[in-house]
Design a protein around this ligand. Structure first.
Ligand code: DNO
Length: 362
C-alpha cells in the first residue's frame, strides 16, 4: 500500500507539493488536470508537464482522480462514441507517460452531495455534513431557487450558479435513464476502453456514488456490494476495478465495509479511507457528518478497514479523504492540509501495526 494525498494542481490547490512531501510516509499524489472538461482529450504534453512538476518536488503521480466521463456517455447519446474515442486518446496519453491508475465516477448530474460545508463541532473544527430533510427541500424543477434555500448562502462545490443554470437541461437529459440503462451505458463504455487499458496496463477504478443512494430521483448504481460486484462480473477484466471509498459506501449503514473489501479482492486498485459520524438514522431526517480519521471520532472501525485491505493483498495507493477544517486553515472544503496530514499519519500508524503483528503471527 502506498500512502498518497490528493492534489488539485498548483493553480487550484491551497496545499503545495512541498507541504505534501513533508508529511511522513506520503510518497505520491493523486492528481488531475482540473481545468479540463469531460469529453476533452488530455494532451500528452500537459500530462508530461504535470508529471515533471510533481517529480521535481520529490513525489510521483500515483494515479489520476478523475478523468471525468461526459453526460453523453452516461446517457448513451449519439455523441458518446466521439467522447469515448477522446477518452481512449486520453488513456493512451496517460499510458505513454507511465500512469496506470484512473479513478472516475458514473454519477448522473452531481458528483458527491452534501448539505453543509462547515458544520461546527464541539471542538470548533468544521466538517462537511449531509441531512436528508434539507435535501428533500430541493425541488428539481426549481433548482436554482431551492439550492439557495438549502445552502444558507454558501456555495457547494459543483453547485455553482453557472452550473445550476444548466442543471434543468441536464435533468432533462436523464429523464428516460433508469438504473438498467445507466448500467448498460457504463458497461458499453468500459468494454470500449478495455483494449487501451490492457495495452498500457491502466487500472480503471470506479468511485462509488456518494451518498450511496439515489438523490433527486436520479439513478445511482454504484452503491452496494451487489451493485459493484455486478459491474465487476459484467466486464470481468482486472482493468475494470474499484476505488474503495469507505466514506461513500459507508453512508449506507447496510453496507458491511469489511465484507465488501473481501468480496472485491483483487479488483480494488485505489482506496479512500475516512470516517463518518451518524447522528440520525431515520429515513426522513437521515443525518451524518464527516469525522476525524480516528476510529473513536466516528462510527467506522478504521483498523478493521485497513486490515481488510492489507489481508486481501491490496497494494495500490491509499489516501486519507476529506479532512476537517482545523487550526484556522482556509482551503477547499474537505481538502485542507492539516487534518488530512493527521489522517495519513494515523493510517500509516495503523498499517505499521497491522504489518508487524501479522508478521509475528506468521
Ligand atoms: C470527493 C471525491 C469525489 C471523487 C469523484 C471521482 O471528495 O471523492 O469527487 O473524486 O467522484 O470521480
Amino acid at each position: 500500500m502506498e500512502m498518497t494525498l490528493r492534489w488539485y494542481g498548483s493553480e487550484f490547490d491551497t496545499v503545495t507539493l512541498k507541504q505534501i512531501r513533508q508529511i511522513p510516509g506520503v510518497t505520491g499524489v493523486i492528481t488531475t488536470l482540473y481545468d479540463t472538461t469531460p469529453g476533452e482529450v488530455w494532451s500528452q504534453e500537459a500530462i508530461h508537464a504535470l508529471k515533471e512538476e510533481v517529480e521535481a518536488a520529490g513525489l510521483h503521480i500515483a494515479g489520476i482522480e478523475s478523468v471525468n466521463v461526459s453526460d453523453a456517455i452516461k446517457v448513451g447519446a449519439p455523441e458518446r462514441d466521439q467522447d469515448i474515442a477522446n477518452y481512449i486518446k486520453t488513456l493512451e496519453n496517460l499510458g505513454k507517460e507511465d500512469i496506470h491508475l484512473v479513478c472516475y465516477n458514473f454519477m448522473p448530474v452531481f458528483d458527491w452531495t452534501r448539505t453543509e460545508l462547515a458544520r461546527e463541532k464541539a471542538d470548533g473544527s468544521t466538517v462537511l455534513a449531509y441531512n436528508q430533510k434539507t435535501i428533500d427541500m430541493i425541488d428539481p424543477d426549481d433548482f436554482a431557487a431551492s439550492i439557495e434555500r438549502m445552502s444558507h448562502g454558501t456555495i457547494l462545490p459543483g453547485w455553482e450558479p453557472e452550473r445550476m443554470a444548466k442543471v434543468k437541461s441536464l435533468f432533462d437529459l436523464y429523464r428516460d435513464i433508469d438504473e438498467d440503462k445507466l448500467f448498460a451505458n457504463l458497461v458499453y463504455f468500459l468494454k470500449a476502453i478495455m483494449p487501451v487499458c490492457q495495452k498500457y496496463d491502466i487500472k480503471m477504478a470506479i468511485h462509488p456514488d456518494d451518498p450511496a443512494w439515489s438523490v433527486f430521483g436520479l439513478p445511482r448504481i454504484i452503491t452496494t456490494e451487489e451493485g459493484i460486484l455486478r459491474l465487476m462480473n459484467a466486464v470481468d477484466d482486472v482493468h475494470n476495478g474499484v476505488t474503495f471509498c469507505s466514506g461513500s459506501y459507508g453512508t449506507n449503514r447496510n453496507n458491511d465495509l469489511v465484507h465488501m473489501i473481501h468480496a472485491l479482492k483483487g479488483r480494488i486498485h485505489f482506496a479512500h479511507v475516512r470516517n463518518l459520524k451518524f447522528n440520525d438514522l431515520s429515513a426522513e431526517n437521515y443525518d451524518f457528518e464527516e469525522a476525524a480519521h480516528l476510529s473513536r471520532d466516528g462510527d467506522f472501525d478504521l483498523y478493521a478497514i485497513m486490515k481488510a485491505l492489507y489481508d486481501t493483498g491490496f497494494k495500490g495507493p491509499v489516501r486519507p479523504d476529506h479532512g476537517r477544517m482545523i487550526w484556522g486553515e482556509e482551503a477547499m472544503p474537505g481538502y485542507g492540509l492539516y487534518d488530512r496530514a493527521l489522517g495519513a499519519t494515523y493510517l500509516n500508524g495503523l498499517l505499521e501495526a497491522i504489518i508487524k503483528s501479522s508478521q509475528r503471527d506468521d
